[in-house]
Design a protein around this ligand. Structure first.
Ligand code: LER
Ligand code: MN
Length: 271
């Protein structure tokens, strides 16, 4: 099991304890605090030198765990459930993320860039999404990159909210492709999954990445989730991907910056 934290490259996000203009300071902090990697939030590739990002990571002995891709949905009004130009741009953007991931040796997240869908037509939307994802999944297969689909709670999207619904989508709509994995976010799981251990078992070997936040999306320990049995279960199941912080800067940015390394060390020691 490895650990990363979210750092944003171009535009600020509430999920990183560093602003976009502090990107390099954020990488320094990850290295100093003993993280294994950075989860990089990239919106587009205008003026982005992926080779340079790789050097910046290598020089700090950090990997890129995954590229987080959701920012462009709201910034540009694109998604894999749009039609016409907005759909084509979303598909092309996913391919650009895959090219970058091939250089960075990371995964590519598909969270909200999949689209929000419409209540009452989830099944139809799921088939449309599957069709629109097909060329992207083929491309990922050619480039040997894993796309990680994230189950996200019902208040943010209509499509696959729970681990069960996501595994069903991957099986029945996508046909279980090798290049598709799962991102399991403990904040969303706390809302949607019946039981954490059952969800981990259900996802099985497709589990590639885990987002860490407490029940209120504050820093772990500031809500009511007990992370110890979750991490013990992940270790028992042989999970060797990344656990990665995606929590708000609450109770304060200073708290998040000063407590992250300590919490990672505690999780590493769980037997
Ligand atoms: C993205 O990883 C996620 O969890 C979403 O809830 C962001 O809004
Ligand atoms: Mn998440």
């Amino acid at each position: 099991m490895k650990f990363s934290g979210g750092i944003t490259l171009q535009y600020d996000t509430p999920f990183s304890p560093f602003l976009a203009k502090e990107y390099e300071r954020g990488l320094d902090w990850l290295a100093e605090e003993g993280f294994d990697g950075a989860e990089l939030c990239i919106s587009d590739y205008v003026g982005v030198d992926v080779g340079r990002i790789k050097e910046e990571l290598d020089s700090r002995n950090l990997e890129c765990s995954t590229i987080s891709t959701g920012q462009s949905r709201t910034r540009e009004g694109i998604s894999l459930l749009h039609e016409g130009a907005a759909l084509r741009i979303a598909q092309e953007r996913m391919k650009q993320h895959i090219d970058a991931a091939a250089v960075l040796k990371s995964c590519v997240t598909l969270g909200l860039l999949r689209g929000i869908g419409e209540t009452g037509q989830e099944e139809k939307d799921a088939w449309i999404l599957a069709k629109n994802l097909e060329p992207v999944i083929d491309y990922a297969g050619q480039k040997n990159v894993t796309i990680i689909l994230e189950s996200i709670n019902r208040y943010e999207t209509c499509l696959f909210n729970s681990a069960e619904a996501l595994m069903d989508f991957i099986g029945t709509k996508l046909g279980n492709p090798d290049s598709v994995g799962v991102l399991w976010d403990i904040f969303h799981a706390n809302i949607e999954d019946r039981d954490f251990a059952e969800a981990i078992e259900r996802i099985g070997k497709r589990l590639k990445h885990v987002h860490i936040a407490d029940s209120n999306r504050w820093f772990p320990g500031c809500g009511h989730i007990d992370f110890v049995p979750i991490v013990r279960k992940l270790k028992e199941e042989g999970f060797d991907g990344y656990m990665s912080y995606e929590c708000f800067n609450l109770p304060s940015i200073e708290y998040v910056r000063s407590q992250s390394g300590r919490f990672v060390r505690m999780l590493r020691e769980i037997k």
